[in-house]
Design a protein around this ligand. Structure first.
Ligand SMILES: C[S@@+](CC[C@H](N)C(=O)[O-])C[C@H]1O[C@@H](n2cnc3c(N)ncnc32)[C@H](O)[C@@H]1O
Length: 316
Protein backbone atom coordinates (compact mmCIF):
# COMPACT_ATOMS: atom_id res chain seq x y z
CA UNK A 1 0.00 0.00 0.00
CA UNK A 2 1.40 3.36 -1.01
CA UNK A 3 1.36 6.19 1.48
CA UNK A 4 0.21 9.63 0.52
CA UNK A 5 3.43 11.38 -0.36
CA UNK A 6 2.18 12.44 -3.78
CA UNK A 7 3.31 15.87 -4.80
CA UNK A 8 0.83 15.93 -7.66
CA UNK A 9 -2.26 16.48 -5.48
CA UNK A 10 -4.05 19.39 -7.11
CA UNK A 11 -3.59 18.29 -10.72
CA UNK A 12 -6.53 17.16 -12.81
CA UNK A 13 -6.28 16.70 -16.57
CA UNK A 14 -9.66 17.71 -18.05
CA UNK A 15 -11.13 15.06 -20.35
CA UNK A 16 -12.03 15.73 -23.98
CA UNK A 17 -11.12 19.42 -23.68
CA UNK A 18 -11.40 20.12 -27.41
CA UNK A 19 -14.58 18.13 -27.89
CA UNK A 20 -16.20 19.83 -24.89
CA UNK A 21 -15.42 23.30 -26.23
CA UNK A 22 -16.78 22.39 -29.69
CA UNK A 23 -19.94 21.03 -28.07
CA UNK A 24 -20.49 24.09 -25.85
CA UNK A 25 -20.19 26.29 -28.98
CA UNK A 26 -19.41 29.42 -26.98
CA UNK A 27 -19.56 33.04 -27.97
CA UNK A 28 -18.01 35.84 -25.93
CA UNK A 29 -21.10 37.08 -24.13
CA UNK A 30 -22.44 33.66 -23.16
CA UNK A 31 -23.81 32.75 -19.75
CA UNK A 32 -22.14 29.42 -18.92
CA UNK A 33 -22.42 27.00 -15.99
CA UNK A 34 -19.63 24.56 -15.13
CA UNK A 35 -21.52 22.39 -12.62
CA UNK A 36 -18.49 20.25 -11.70
CA UNK A 37 -15.55 22.67 -11.31
CA UNK A 38 -12.98 20.15 -9.99
CA UNK A 39 -9.71 21.95 -10.60
CA UNK A 40 -11.15 24.16 -13.31
CA UNK A 41 -9.57 22.60 -16.40
CA UNK A 42 -12.74 23.07 -18.43
CA UNK A 43 -13.57 26.41 -16.76
CA UNK A 44 -10.17 27.78 -17.80
CA UNK A 45 -10.91 26.93 -21.42
CA UNK A 46 -14.39 28.45 -21.12
CA UNK A 47 -13.01 31.68 -19.62
CA UNK A 48 -10.47 32.00 -22.44
CA UNK A 49 -13.45 32.23 -24.83
CA UNK A 50 -15.61 34.68 -22.88
CA UNK A 51 -15.49 38.45 -23.39
CA UNK A 52 -16.02 41.08 -20.68
CA UNK A 53 -19.77 40.57 -21.20
CA UNK A 54 -19.59 36.82 -20.54
CA UNK A 55 -20.55 35.14 -17.31
CA UNK A 56 -19.51 31.83 -15.72
CA UNK A 57 -21.16 30.18 -12.74
CA UNK A 58 -19.04 27.39 -11.25
CA UNK A 59 -20.42 24.80 -8.85
CA UNK A 60 -18.78 22.03 -6.86
CA UNK A 61 -19.75 20.27 -3.66
CA UNK A 62 -16.11 19.80 -2.67
CA UNK A 63 -14.74 22.56 -0.43
CA UNK A 64 -11.22 22.04 -1.79
CA UNK A 65 -12.48 22.54 -5.37
CA UNK A 66 -14.28 25.70 -4.31
CA UNK A 67 -11.11 27.05 -2.61
CA UNK A 68 -9.20 26.39 -5.83
CA UNK A 69 -11.89 28.25 -7.80
CA UNK A 70 -11.77 31.17 -5.39
CA UNK A 71 -8.01 31.36 -5.64
CA UNK A 72 -8.10 31.38 -9.43
CA UNK A 73 -11.25 33.39 -10.17
CA UNK A 74 -12.20 35.11 -6.91
CA UNK A 75 -11.21 38.54 -8.30
CA UNK A 76 -12.93 38.13 -11.66
CA UNK A 77 -16.38 39.73 -11.63
CA UNK A 78 -17.59 37.53 -14.47
CA UNK A 79 -17.25 34.41 -12.32
CA UNK A 80 -19.71 33.33 -9.64
CA UNK A 81 -18.50 30.51 -7.37
CA UNK A 82 -21.02 28.29 -5.58
CA UNK A 83 -20.39 25.54 -3.05
CA UNK A 84 -23.12 22.89 -3.16
CA UNK A 85 -24.53 19.89 -4.99
CA UNK A 86 -25.54 20.44 -8.59
CA UNK A 87 -28.93 18.93 -7.73
CA UNK A 88 -29.63 22.42 -6.34
CA UNK A 89 -29.12 23.95 -9.80
CA UNK A 90 -32.58 25.53 -10.06
CA UNK A 91 -32.18 27.19 -6.66
CA UNK A 92 -28.69 28.45 -7.52
CA UNK A 93 -29.80 29.89 -10.86
CA UNK A 94 -33.16 31.09 -9.56
CA UNK A 95 -31.43 33.20 -6.90
CA UNK A 96 -29.50 34.90 -9.72
CA UNK A 97 -32.45 35.32 -12.10
CA UNK A 98 -30.81 32.97 -14.60
CA UNK A 99 -33.32 30.17 -15.11
CA UNK A 100 -33.84 29.76 -18.85
CA UNK A 101 -30.92 32.12 -19.59
CA UNK A 102 -27.93 29.76 -19.50
CA UNK A 103 -26.44 29.32 -22.98
CA UNK A 104 -24.08 26.42 -22.17
CA UNK A 105 -24.14 23.96 -19.29
CA UNK A 106 -21.37 21.45 -18.56
CA UNK A 107 -21.29 18.41 -16.26
CA UNK A 108 -18.13 16.31 -15.92
CA UNK A 109 -19.36 13.68 -13.45
CA UNK A 110 -17.44 11.55 -10.97
CA UNK A 111 -14.35 12.23 -8.88
CA UNK A 112 -11.37 14.45 -9.59
CA UNK A 113 -7.75 13.33 -9.46
CA UNK A 114 -7.01 15.50 -6.38
CA UNK A 115 -9.85 13.74 -4.54
CA UNK A 116 -8.41 10.33 -5.43
CA UNK A 117 -4.78 11.29 -4.81
CA UNK A 118 -5.24 12.79 -1.35
CA UNK A 119 -5.22 9.92 1.15
CA UNK A 120 -6.97 12.11 3.73
CA UNK A 121 -10.13 12.08 1.57
CA UNK A 122 -10.41 8.30 1.85
CA UNK A 123 -11.41 7.63 -1.79
CA UNK A 124 -8.58 5.32 -2.74
CA UNK A 125 -7.15 1.95 -1.76
CA UNK A 126 -3.82 3.25 -3.15
CA UNK A 127 -3.41 5.75 -0.33
CA UNK A 128 -4.09 4.92 3.29
CA UNK A 129 -6.29 7.35 5.15
CA UNK A 130 -9.59 7.76 7.02
CA UNK A 131 -12.44 5.89 5.30
CA UNK A 132 -14.44 8.96 4.29
CA UNK A 133 -15.17 9.19 0.51
CA UNK A 134 -17.53 12.15 0.83
CA UNK A 135 -17.13 14.75 -1.89
CA UNK A 136 -18.70 17.24 0.50
CA UNK A 137 -17.19 16.62 3.93
CA UNK A 138 -19.47 19.24 5.46
CA UNK A 139 -22.54 16.98 5.15
CA UNK A 140 -23.67 13.38 4.80
CA UNK A 141 -22.29 10.14 6.17
CA UNK A 142 -18.70 8.91 5.77
CA UNK A 143 -18.01 5.54 4.13
CA UNK A 144 -16.91 4.19 7.53
CA UNK A 145 -20.32 5.01 9.03
CA UNK A 146 -22.17 3.97 5.89
CA UNK A 147 -20.79 0.39 5.93
CA UNK A 148 -21.70 0.16 9.61
CA UNK A 149 -25.30 1.29 9.08
CA UNK A 150 -26.16 -0.61 5.95
CA UNK A 151 -27.73 -4.10 6.03
CA UNK A 152 -25.63 -6.87 4.53
CA UNK A 153 -28.22 -7.55 1.81
CA UNK A 154 -28.26 -3.92 0.74
CA UNK A 155 -24.45 -3.87 0.70
CA UNK A 156 -24.50 -6.86 -1.66
CA UNK A 157 -26.93 -5.01 -3.93
CA UNK A 158 -24.76 -1.87 -4.00
CA UNK A 159 -21.57 -3.82 -4.74
CA UNK A 160 -23.29 -5.68 -7.57
CA UNK A 161 -25.07 -2.70 -9.08
CA UNK A 162 -22.51 0.09 -8.80
CA UNK A 163 -19.34 -2.03 -8.82
CA UNK A 164 -20.48 -4.93 -11.04
CA UNK A 165 -18.66 -7.01 -8.41
CA UNK A 166 -19.21 -10.73 -8.90
CA UNK A 167 -17.94 -11.53 -5.41
CA UNK A 168 -20.35 -9.08 -3.80
CA UNK A 169 -21.77 -11.64 -1.35
CA UNK A 170 -18.36 -12.76 -0.09
CA UNK A 171 -17.14 -9.18 0.25
CA UNK A 172 -20.27 -8.00 2.09
CA UNK A 173 -20.01 -10.99 4.42
CA UNK A 174 -16.27 -10.24 4.98
CA UNK A 175 -17.01 -6.60 5.83
CA UNK A 176 -19.93 -7.39 8.14
CA UNK A 177 -17.97 -10.16 9.93
CA UNK A 178 -14.98 -7.87 10.45
CA UNK A 179 -17.32 -5.18 11.83
CA UNK A 180 -18.44 -7.57 14.56
CA UNK A 181 -14.92 -7.44 15.95
CA UNK A 182 -13.85 -3.84 15.29
CA UNK A 183 -14.69 -0.68 13.38
CA UNK A 184 -13.33 -0.26 9.86
CA UNK A 185 -12.04 3.29 9.84
CA UNK A 186 -9.25 3.32 7.25
CA UNK A 187 -8.99 2.66 3.51
CA UNK A 188 -6.10 0.22 4.10
CA UNK A 189 -8.15 -1.96 6.44
CA UNK A 190 -11.14 -2.04 4.08
CA UNK A 191 -8.88 -2.85 1.10
CA UNK A 192 -7.30 -5.73 3.06
CA UNK A 193 -10.70 -7.17 4.07
CA UNK A 194 -11.91 -7.03 0.44
CA UNK A 195 -8.68 -8.60 -0.89
CA UNK A 196 -9.02 -11.44 1.58
CA UNK A 197 -12.66 -12.07 0.65
CA UNK A 198 -11.97 -12.43 -3.07
CA UNK A 199 -10.91 -15.91 -4.22
CA UNK A 200 -9.50 -15.01 -7.64
CA UNK A 201 -7.80 -11.77 -8.61
CA UNK A 202 -8.36 -9.93 -11.88
CA UNK A 203 -4.98 -9.37 -13.55
CA UNK A 204 -3.91 -5.71 -13.53
CA UNK A 205 -6.72 -4.64 -11.21
CA UNK A 206 -6.57 -4.14 -7.44
CA UNK A 207 -9.14 -6.48 -5.85
CA UNK A 208 -10.76 -3.56 -4.02
CA UNK A 209 -11.30 -1.40 -7.15
CA UNK A 210 -14.94 -2.34 -7.69
CA UNK A 211 -15.85 -2.20 -4.00
CA UNK A 212 -14.36 1.27 -3.54
CA UNK A 213 -16.16 2.54 -6.65
CA UNK A 214 -19.49 1.11 -5.52
CA UNK A 215 -19.27 2.50 -1.98
CA UNK A 216 -18.20 5.92 -3.31
CA UNK A 217 -21.18 6.08 -5.67
CA UNK A 218 -23.54 5.13 -2.83
CA UNK A 219 -22.04 7.45 -0.19
CA UNK A 220 -22.32 10.42 -2.55
CA UNK A 221 -25.65 9.34 -4.09
CA UNK A 222 -24.03 10.06 -7.42
CA UNK A 223 -26.83 8.59 -9.56
CA UNK A 224 -29.56 10.26 -7.50
CA UNK A 225 -27.81 13.62 -8.08
CA UNK A 226 -27.89 13.08 -11.85
CA UNK A 227 -31.55 12.04 -11.85
CA UNK A 228 -32.45 15.16 -9.90
CA UNK A 229 -30.49 17.57 -12.07
CA UNK A 230 -31.58 16.38 -15.52
CA UNK A 231 -34.95 18.23 -15.59
CA UNK A 232 -33.33 21.25 -13.91
CA UNK A 233 -30.68 21.34 -16.65
CA UNK A 234 -33.39 21.43 -19.30
CA UNK A 235 -35.16 24.26 -17.49
CA UNK A 236 -31.88 26.16 -16.99
CA UNK A 237 -30.84 26.59 -20.61
CA UNK A 238 -32.18 29.11 -23.10
CA UNK A 239 -33.61 28.05 -26.49
CA UNK A 240 -30.61 26.97 -28.59
CA UNK A 241 -28.55 26.48 -25.40
CA UNK A 242 -26.35 23.41 -25.10
CA UNK A 243 -26.15 20.77 -22.36
CA UNK A 244 -22.96 18.68 -22.27
CA UNK A 245 -22.63 15.70 -19.94
CA UNK A 246 -19.57 13.48 -19.46
CA UNK A 247 -20.10 10.15 -17.68
CA UNK A 248 -17.57 7.65 -16.39
CA UNK A 249 -19.93 4.83 -15.42
CA UNK A 250 -22.41 3.00 -17.64
CA UNK A 251 -25.22 3.70 -15.15
CA UNK A 252 -24.53 7.46 -15.31
CA UNK A 253 -24.50 7.39 -19.09
CA UNK A 254 -27.71 5.36 -19.18
CA UNK A 255 -29.54 8.05 -17.20
CA UNK A 256 -28.28 10.82 -19.48
CA UNK A 257 -28.99 8.88 -22.68
CA UNK A 258 -32.50 7.96 -21.59
CA UNK A 259 -33.40 11.51 -20.56
CA UNK A 260 -31.96 13.11 -23.71
CA UNK A 261 -33.76 10.54 -25.88
CA UNK A 262 -37.10 10.99 -24.10
CA UNK A 263 -36.93 14.79 -24.31
CA UNK A 264 -35.95 14.69 -27.98
CA UNK A 265 -39.00 12.56 -28.82
CA UNK A 266 -41.46 14.95 -27.22
CA UNK A 267 -44.62 14.40 -25.22
CA UNK A 268 -45.99 10.85 -25.02
CA UNK A 269 -49.35 10.22 -26.73
CA UNK A 270 -51.48 7.04 -26.80
CA UNK A 271 -50.19 4.82 -29.65
CA UNK A 272 -53.51 4.84 -31.54
CA UNK A 273 -53.90 8.63 -31.54
CA UNK A 274 -53.16 10.40 -34.85
CA UNK A 275 -50.44 12.99 -34.15
CA UNK A 276 -48.36 15.49 -36.06
CA UNK A 277 -44.77 16.57 -35.29
CA UNK A 278 -46.16 19.89 -34.10
CA UNK A 279 -48.09 18.16 -31.33
CA UNK A 280 -45.06 16.26 -30.02
CA UNK A 281 -43.17 19.43 -29.03
CA UNK A 282 -39.74 17.85 -28.41
CA UNK A 283 -37.77 19.87 -25.88
CA UNK A 284 -34.26 18.77 -26.82
CA UNK A 285 -32.41 18.12 -30.06
CA UNK A 286 -29.66 15.47 -29.95
CA UNK A 287 -26.47 16.99 -31.28
CA UNK A 288 -24.40 13.83 -31.40
CA UNK A 289 -24.40 10.19 -30.47
CA UNK A 290 -22.01 9.28 -27.68
CA UNK A 291 -18.54 10.79 -28.07
CA UNK A 292 -15.41 9.02 -26.79
CA UNK A 293 -11.90 10.36 -26.30
CA UNK A 294 -9.55 10.15 -29.29
CA UNK A 295 -6.49 7.90 -29.42
CA UNK A 296 -4.01 10.65 -28.56
CA UNK A 297 -5.92 11.52 -25.42
CA UNK A 298 -6.38 7.86 -24.46
CA UNK A 299 -2.58 7.43 -24.59
CA UNK A 300 -2.04 10.52 -22.44
CA UNK A 301 -4.83 10.27 -19.87
CA UNK A 302 -5.97 6.91 -18.47
CA UNK A 303 -9.09 8.47 -16.97
CA UNK A 304 -10.41 9.34 -20.40
CA UNK A 305 -10.85 5.64 -21.28
CA UNK A 306 -14.20 5.34 -19.57
CA UNK A 307 -15.45 8.85 -20.47
CA UNK A 308 -18.58 9.14 -22.61
CA UNK A 309 -19.86 12.56 -23.65
CA UNK A 310 -23.41 13.38 -24.77
CA UNK A 311 -24.60 16.69 -26.14
CA UNK A 312 -28.12 18.08 -26.50
CA UNK A 313 -29.54 21.45 -27.51
CA UNK A 314 -32.74 23.02 -26.24
CA UNK A 315 -35.30 23.41 -28.99
CA UNK A 316 -36.19 26.97 -29.87
C1 LIG B 1 -14.34 14.88 -12.83
S1 LIG B 1 -14.22 16.19 -11.69
C2 LIG B 1 -14.38 17.62 -12.71
C3 LIG B 1 -13.10 18.07 -13.30
C4 LIG B 1 -13.16 19.40 -14.00
N1 LIG B 1 -13.99 19.35 -15.17
C5 LIG B 1 -11.77 19.88 -14.36
O1 LIG B 1 -11.46 20.01 -15.54
O2 LIG B 1 -10.97 20.11 -13.45
C6 LIG B 1 -15.77 16.14 -10.92
C7 LIG B 1 -16.00 17.21 -9.89
O3 LIG B 1 -17.40 17.31 -9.71
C8 LIG B 1 -17.70 17.40 -8.36
N2 LIG B 1 -19.02 16.80 -8.18
C9 LIG B 1 -19.37 15.51 -8.39
N3 LIG B 1 -20.66 15.34 -8.14
C10 LIG B 1 -21.15 16.55 -7.79
C11 LIG B 1 -22.45 17.02 -7.42
N4 LIG B 1 -23.49 16.21 -7.36
N5 LIG B 1 -22.60 18.32 -7.14
C12 LIG B 1 -21.54 19.19 -7.23
N6 LIG B 1 -20.29 18.79 -7.54
C13 LIG B 1 -20.10 17.49 -7.83
C14 LIG B 1 -16.61 16.64 -7.64
O4 LIG B 1 -16.46 17.13 -6.33
C15 LIG B 1 -15.40 16.93 -8.53
O5 LIG B 1 -14.70 18.04 -8.07
Amino acid sequence: MMTDSSSSIGDHIPVMGGEVMDALRLSGSDCVVDATYGRGGHSREIMSRLSEQGRLIVIDRDVAAISAAQEEWGDDERVDIVHGPFSELSGILGARGLIGKVTALLFDFGVSSPQLDNGERGFSFMHDGPLDMRMDQSRGVSAADWIKRIEEEELVRVLKKYGEERFAKRIARGIKTALLQREITTTAVLAAIVSEAIPTKEPGKHPATRTFQAIRIAVNDELGEIELVLPQALEAVSPGGRIVMISFHSLEDRLVKRYFNEQSKGDPFPPDMPITNDMLKPKLKLISKRIKAGKQELDRNRRSRSAVMRVAEKEA
